[in-house]
Design a protein around this ligand. Structure first.
Ligand code: BES
Ligand code: MN
Ligand code: ZN
Length: 498
């Protein structure tokens, strides 16, 4: 896809479709007004006939446009004529792009960056247009014979006045980087478990390092993990024929001695539950159990493309969780890299076993902060549904930073308490701690487990079980939380340096 910022007057532009906004009560946006004047009142005719009330998300496609420069015009309702919320802006953008998936439309000019959005500038708006449009045209067709449904859109231009060109262009660069990071995360997520194995993920990470020389990639093999004492992680991979991989991405574009931001992503390429086997319905969706890892790769791609002046480490512990003669059994006790012993009460609580050793491994970087992201608990879906990711952590400032980054990025999180009282639930009669804490507060007790391994640094945990993919008719990976993490990194790059 080709993206650009267009500063020439509307009257000079050519395209297959021009997108302009219309507010309620027949009020036209500046671009709609300009287009109306150059088409002898075409838009006013439609609006006054009542074909578009201007409600947010409503669309009308005008197919016959005089003048020959523009094949069609898409009118998009923006709601009341006042600054939109970020969410309403996204809603309008989504409605627009979703009504343009017609094969005749190859080039689009979007005039929606001019709408006022509360507290947001041209940089944010142009970035958002790219993120939303790119997200909406994505389809996983790689394994389908019929690729006809693929979007044919090749070119998207965003109009901006010359005075806003710098900001809009910066937004374009960020939008492209984040969109590409999301694309990688979605693609890896949607790939099935028979193709996207731990070895495949490791190869993808190496390919990312080839593409972006600022990202150094190293893969630890099971022998390396044994030498490190990663007994928790290895107890999971033992039950699978696929060897585990521990992927390390090293991006050092900050000051030499600056402590890094460490991102850890759960990379279970398939989670059958192990001996505590999951039920059959919906089990296919456990191919998405590596979405945390995929989002770490996507976020590093975005950071490298934006050339953020930060030091970032990405860690992706990757394995399958399968039932097998050599798999973990309920009651087994293993020793983690930290030395803490863990009693397995449910082999399906495997994510935390990979993450605890990864958290211990992260200590060697003397991190400024550690953020892990994991499709960790079904309980998170019960608590928060599919709107925000769950957020838990041991540092209020870090949690606040992530919350506000999530709001800016339209990729929200909601914090849950990580109180001492919950630790009770993880007591084991036979080991230092149990790997599950019963049916109450499953998301919190999972985070409590991780917290025991994150005592040496500022740490936050994102439970993305409800947000990393959609279920049902539109089943597919979402690329979340790449936008949130990218925003957090952008914010960090700016506040640390200015
Ligand atoms: N990957 C799952 C979590 C999950 C389940 C995410 C469903 C999205 C949808 C995780 O490994 C898991 O199985 N967690 C268990 C924990 C339980 C055994 C304490 C769960 O949520 O049931
Ligand atoms: Mn599981
Ligand atoms: Zn899992």
């Amino acid at each position: 896809m080709n993206y650009s910022i267009e500063t020439a007057p509307l009257e000079e532009l050519h395209c297959d479709c021009m997108i302009v906004g219309v507010y309620q009560n027949q009020q036209l946006s500046p671009s709609a007004l300009a287009l109306n004047n150059s088409t002898s009142g075409l838009i006013n005719n439609i609006v006054s006939r009542g074909d578009l009330s201007g409600k947010n998300g409503e669309t009308v496609l005008i197919n016959a446009v005089p003048g020959g420069r523009i094949e069609c015009i898409l009118l998009v309702g923006l709601g009341e004529n006042k600054p939109l919320s970020g969410k309403d802006y996204k809603k309008a953008l989504l409605a627009a792009i979703n009504s343009l998936k017609k094969p005749q439309i190859k080039s689009i000019i979007c005039c929606l960056a001019e709408c006022e959005v509360k507290d947001r500038d041209w940089q944010w708006k142009s970035r958002h247009i790219i993120e939303v449009f790119n997200d909406a045209v994505y389809q996983f067709t790689e394994l389908k014979s019929d690729k006809e449904t693929e979007s044919k859109i090749e070119k998207i231009s965003i109009t901006a006045p010359e005075t806003e060109q710098t900001l809009a262009s910066l937004g374009l660069l960020q939008g492209k980087a984040i969109a590409e990071g999301m694309l990688l995360a979605k693609h890896l997520g949607d790939l099935p478990g028979n193709l996207c194995t731990p070895s495949f993920l490791a190869e993808q990470a190496l390919a990312l390092g080839q593409q972006y020389p600022s990202v150094a990639v190293k893969i630890l093999e099971e022998a390396d993990m044994t030498a490190l004492g990663m007994g928790a992680l290895l107890s999971v991979s033992r039950g699978s024929r696929q060897p585990a991989k521990f992927i390390i991405l090293d991006y050092q574009c900050g000051e030499k001695n600056e402590q890094p931001i460490v991102l850890i992503g759960k990379g279970l390429t398939f989670d059958a539950g192990g001996i505590s086997l999951k039920q059959a319905p919906g089990m296919d969706e456990m191919k998405y159990d590596m979405c945390g890892g995929a989002a770490v790769l996507g976020t590093l791609l975005a950071a490298a493309q934006m050339q953020l002046k930060l030091n970032i480490i990405g860690l992706v512990p990757s394995s399958e969780n399968m039932p097998d003669g050599d798999a973990n059994k309920p009651g087994d006790i293993l020793t983690s890299m930290s030395g803490k012993t863990i009693e397995i009460l449910n082999t399906d609580a495997e994510g935390r076993l990979l993450l605890c050793d990864s958290l211990t491994y992260a200590e060697r970087y003397n991190p400024d902060v550690v953020i892990d992201l994991a499709t960790l608990t079904g309980a998170c879906l019960v608590a928060l549904g599919r709107v925000p990711s769950g957020l838990l952590g041991n540092d209020d400032a870090l949690c606040d930073d992530l919350t506000s980054a999530g709001e800016t990025a339209n990729d929200s999180v909601w914090r849950l308490p990580l109180w001492e009282e919950y630790q009770e639930q993880l007591k084991s009669n036979f080991a230092d701690l149990a790997n599950v804490g019963g049916k109450d507060a499953g998301t919190i007790t999972a985070a409590c487990f991780l917290a025991k391994f994150a005592e040496k640094f500022r740490w936050a945990h994102l439970d993305i079980a409800g947000t990393a993919w959609r279920t049902g008719q539109t089943k597919g990976a979402t690329g979340r939380p790449v936008p949130l993490l990218s925003q957090y990194l952008i914010n960090r790059a700016h506040t640390d340096k200015s």
